[in-house]
Design a protein around this ligand. Structure first.
Ligand SMILES: Nc1ncnc2c1ncn2[C@@H]1O[C@H](COP(=O)(O)OP(=O)(O)OP(=O)(O)O)[C@@H](O)[C@H]1O
Length: 583
């Protein structure tokens, strides 16, 4: 229960509803106890009529009165049971909602390294599956627990007062039932976890097969994939059958033990009636009803134990995440608007997970409003520079300053809201094109959206779609070409109208003519903005105020197009190669 203590703050938050729920639960159970004793009294009235101590009219009127009491108590019990669910189960849903939000908010704070260390499936599981298990503790476990306790506290003393011997024999099989249900619940849980694991393997496999269907078809691998799926299906069938077998024991076992209790009541009760130790057959009927009322709560004791154990394990996994401290922290509360001067001073950076030293002692200065292009072979550290500017990672050695202030001394929100980044793999959400562009500025009007789309040279493509800007992208929508995606992504950054632009090889899938057009537009747009452009093409770089060529994490060349083109080296060779390619 140590891990579940984390939920106490939520239980405190909703204590009033919970307290009300507990009182209602107790009232509901007390009303449900009325029925068996009035069944007893009704049978007793019939017995009295048979034994001539009551007239037919008297017996009928007593019976009617008792039946009305039974109906009234049952209705009240039903009403309070409804209210019990409305309070306690609702509280568990509120806690589930709060906890999901808390986990999600925390995920948002964690840095990219965290996402590299953990699989997406696992993160999703914690927020859905684990929070769901915890809810079972905060709702059903508390509700059934109180219900069971109230019933035990009222019913067991009542049974012993009414007929001690009969009560003893009736109750004896019930703890055995509880222990057996607990054992079965444990096995059911183990096997259903295996089924869950299998289902997630199966969905990953099918998802990959569908996403990669073009490659599978092109390589004629349908047969191989089919046979792999068949193997998986056989494994799935076996795990499901194992679960079905143990599930099949649950209800027969319950029925068997109730049956034994009922037999005890009838046999022992019958003998006691014959011996004159109990005064009415009605008491036997009353005890049979008690047995049936007790069966579910007794079974619940075993079930609850396993729910609490599962919730504890799930909360432990959730707590592990919640305890993770974000490696990138915002240490400045007040807003810190920036102008855009960027300075790298002897910056080195090593990726924690791969231990690759992506940047080695890199120094350069970009004045506010300047544009700088980064060129260099693949893996030379270009994208890393942009990620460090946006503070997606903190430097390992050296220092980055913006407007002469160390990056850590800037408010993280101010910094990031001043940056318009277009990453290498443009990511678009499953939403309309307009909303994807609006992501850069929620308030943007349709005219503003169209204006930036024109600057990113994607407007004509968009209006070519039947639904224009309302075209939905993503799985259930249309798929944009690589170049179209890049240009929508550029439009999104333009929409933000930031102080600093980070363009990471975002024109690679665009033909050179369109590239030229976009670059001219960007130049006008980003005239007064600090612009960092990563590219493999000289055409994207040659108009920049400064060009930095990287090799293996170090600066190889630095200068303007004219300077670099006048000296021998990587840039000049690249320029000549690309010029002759163009010709
Ligand atoms: N998230 C990451 N985790 C671990 N290593 C990384 C990560 N991103 C990049 N690297 C490594 O860091 C080095 C520099 O990568 P970077 O992406 O900065 O190069 P790049 O010059 O932008 O390459 P490209 O032109 O192919 O985009 C590479 O060796 C790469 O394998």
């Amino acid at each position: 229960m140590k891990e579940l203590r984390y939920l106490n703050k939520y239980l405190k938050k909703y204590w009033l509803k919970l307290f009300l729920g507990i009182i209602i639960t107790i009232i509901a159970r007390i009303f449900s106890l009325v029925m068996p004793s009035y069944v007893n009294k009704s049978i007793k009235a019939v017995e009295d009529f048979v034994g001539n101590s009551l007239s037919s009219e008297e017996a009928k009127s007593v019976l009617l009165e008792y039946i009305l009491i039974i109906i009234g108590a049952a209705l009240l019990s039903a009403l309070f049971t409804f209210l019990m669910r409305q309070t306690i189960i609702n509280v568990s849903r509120y806690i589930e909602y709060d906890l999901k939000n808390e986990v999600f908010d925390h995920y948002q704070l964690l840095s990219l390294n965290f996402y590299k260390r953990n699989r997406i499936g696992d993160l999703m599981n914690r927020i859905s599956e684990d929070v769901g298990q915890v809810r079972m503790y905060a709702g059903p476990a508390i509700m059934y627990g109180i219900q069971t306790l109230t019933l035990f506290a009222c019913l067991i003393p009542l049974m012993f007062i009414k007929a001690p011997t009969l009560a003893f024999y009736t109750l004896t099989p019930l703890p055995i039932l509880s222990i057996l249900i607990y054992q079965i619940s444990k096995v059911i849980h183990k096997r259903s976890t295996k089924v869950q694991e299998f289902l997630s393997t199966l969905s990953t496999f099918t998802q990959e097969s569908f996403s990669g269907v073009a490659v599978i078809k092109a390589y004629g691998l349908e047969g191989k994939i089919n046979s792999e799926l068949e193997d998986l299906a056989i494994e799935g069938k076996d795990t499901s059958m194992a679960l079905a077998k143990v599930n099949a024991w649950f209800f027969p076992l319950m029925i068997l033990l109730i049956g034994i209790s009922n037999i005890f009541v009838i046999y022992i009760g019958g003998r006691q009636y014959i011996n004159g130790q109990i005064e009415s057959i009605g008491l036997i009927a009353e005890f049979i009803l008690y047995v049936n009322m007790l069966t579910w709560p007794v079974a619940v004791v075993g079930w609850l134990t396993s729910i609490v154990q599962r919730a504890e394990a799930s909360q432990k996994r959730i707590n592990e995440f919640l305890k993770q401290v974000p490696s990138i922290k915002n240490e400045v509360v007040k807003n810190t608007p920036i102008k855009g001067k960027i300075e790298f001073k002897n910056v080195s950076f090593t990726y924690e997970d791969t231990n690759i030293e992506a940047l080695k002692n890199v120094s350069f200065t970009i004045e506010a409003g300047q544009s700088v292009a980064f060129l260099g072979k693949t893996g030379s550290g270009k994208s890393t520079i942009l990620d460090l500017v946006a503070r997606l990672y903190d430097v390992t050695k050296g220092e980055i300053k913006i407007d002469d202030i160390p990056l850590q001394k800037l408010n993280l929100d101010s910094l990031r809201s001043s940056i318009g980044a277009v990453p290498q793999d443009a990511f678009l959400f499953s939403d309309t094109i307009a909303n994807n562009i609006r992501f850069g500025n929620e308030e943007a009007s349709q005219d503003q959206i169209e204006l930036v789309a024109k600057k990113a040279v994607v407007h004509d493509n968009i209006i070519g779609f039947t639904k224009g800007y309302d075209t939905v992208l993503g799985e259930r929508g249309i798929t944009l070409s690589g170049g179209q995606k890049q240009r929508v992504s550029i439009a999104r950054a333009l929409m933000k109208d930031p102080i600093v632009y980070l363009f990471d090889d975002c024109l690679s899938a665009v033909d050179t003519e369109t590239e030229e057009e976009i670059l001219t537009n960007l130049q006008q747009e980003s005239n007064s903005k600090t612009t960092l452009i990563v590219s493999h093409r000289v055409s994207s770089a040659k108009n920049a105020d400064k060009i930095i060529v990287l090799e293996d994490g170090k600066i190889l060349q630095e200068g303007t197009h004219a300077q670099l083109n006048n000296s021998e080296g990587y840039y000049k060779e690249l320029y000549q190669d690309q010029l002759s390619d163009k010709d």
